[in-house]
Design a protein around this ligand. Structure first.
Ligand SMILES: [Zn+2]
Length: 415
């Protein structure tokens, strides 16, 4: 018997997306915004309501819970993040259900010119007949990652309502601040107490990701010589001109986000601020390989030093800090977490596909900290913008994947 999760998932998604949980990179607190507690506290209540054990909200804003399982089997964690992306309007989300989607264009009541069409989003054409959820035109939907939250909650409710089935013990974690790269607190691996984890934060049906970017940040600080422009002859050293030279010397037709895809990495200038006296350039560096990442950093350094050499009165300082690393480096040492996810996916009748993620996930950090954590599909599409949508049938497939996965892990021994 395959239970039908579609309506439960729809109700959960509508309930969760209506709550504003946008994170804020500028905030120093954890979670970054107090509004994330609105959903975190609701999830605490709902987990207690369905009978989960050890339900708690940590002081760093993560909800944890346990679903007991077979003794002797590895403990499996399911993660999803409650926050939504800071890049687009996220308050006042009015989710809309397009029941039995007809395969045509979808309009938005609050933005007359906005259209979601199968031409723009070919994946949508494959979802004809499904129930599709969108926002109303002026906000993102927040299926990233409330689709994941709904999937984990529906799987948890089903497991707790059907005890006796043999499955691995399951730990649940709902994290804040994934979108600003701060979802995995230093205490999470210990508090989670899991042998293996999975994030439900992926896109198209069948996606099972175990490769992410490796990521560094580079900051170039340029100090010029500031002086009243009226008396500046032969004295002023304009930091902004030097910053512009550095930007202009770095590649623009290659190695940028807008000119790369697939397995290619990039150098992305995301911030340029300053005055004639002092200027600052902010870059993110991304690559799937350590060598490639190091080469991007070396180029920023080399160009900055070359420009600095043209003006000895200026000071140019380059600081490169690591952000996260491709999870494949750890996962490839023991592929069982991936192999079982692939097997579970095939068991529910979906051919899995594994593509490298051109970004990071909570799982990148968690894997590096010792808990291998591949990323599984939720169905979410066109995320972080007004056309964001998700099919509840895709979400239901993800619930079946979760249930099959904990069954398979229930037959395994710990590593
Ligand atoms: Zn996400």
């Amino acid at each position: 018997m395959t239970p039908d999760f579609d309506r439960e998932l729809e109700e959960r998604l509508l309930r969760y997306t209506a709550i504003d949980t946008q994170s804020d990179e500028a905030s120093p607190t954890s979670p970054s915004t107090a509004r994330q507690f609105d959903l975190l506290r609701l999830l605490v209540d709902e987990l207690a309501g369905i009978g989960a054990e050890d339900v708690r909200l940590t002081d760093y804003g993560t909800v944890l819970a346990t679903i007991p399982g077979a003794a002797g089997a590895p403990t499996i964690a399911f993660l999803a993040h409650v926050d939504t992306a800071p890049q687009f309007h996220a308050s006042g989300v009015k989710p809309r259900v397009h029941r039995a989607y007809d395969g045509g264009s979808i309009g938005f009541p609050d933005a007359q010119d906005l259209v979601l069409s199968p031409e723009q989003s070919p994946y949508l054409a494959e979802r004809a007949g499904d129930d599709i959820v969108t926002a109303s035109g002026t906000t993102l939907l927040g299926a990233d990652d409330k689709a994941g939250v709904a999937i984990v909650m529906a799987a948890a409710r089903h497991l707790l309502a059907n005890p006796g089935t043999s499955h691995a013990p399951v730990r649940i974690a709902f994290t804040p601040d994934e979108e600003i790269g701060r979802g995995v607190h230093a205490d999470l691996p210990k508090d989670l107490g899991a042998d293996v984890a999975y994030t439900f934060d992926g896109g198209a049906r069948g996606e099972i990701n175990y490769e992410t970017f490796s990521a560094d940040k580079a900051v170039v600080e340029i100090t010029g010589v500031s002086i009243h422009p009226g008396q500046a002859k032969d004295k002023l050293v304009n930091a902004l001109h030097l910053a512009a030279k550095i930007v202009d010397t770095l590649p623009q037709a290659t190695r940028t986000p807008e000119t790369t895809d697939g397995r290619q990495g990039f150098i992305h200038l995301y911030e340029m601020t300053g005055t004639a006296g002092a200027a600052r350039l902010g870059f993110i560096l991304r690559d799937f390989e350590r060598d490639g990442l190091a080469a991007h950093g070396a180029l920023v350094r080399q160009v900055s030093e070359a420009v600095a050499a043209t003006e000895p009165r200026a000071a140019v300082e380059v600081t490169i800090t690591p952000e996260y690393r491709n999870m494949r480096y750890w996962i490839e040492k023991d592929m069982r977490p991936v192999d079982l996810a692939l097997a579970a996916c095939r068991d529910i009748g979906i051919e899995p596909r594994s593509q490298p993620v051109r970004g990071g996930t909570d799982g990148s950090r968690l894997t590096e900290m010792g808990v291998p954590c591949p990323n599984l599909f939720t169905g979410m599409q066109e995320v972080h913008g007004p056309r964001e949508y998700v099919s509840t049938a895709d979400m239901a497939a993800a619930v079946r994947l979760a249930l099959r996965l904990v069954e398979l892990w229930g037959q395994e021994k710990p590593a």
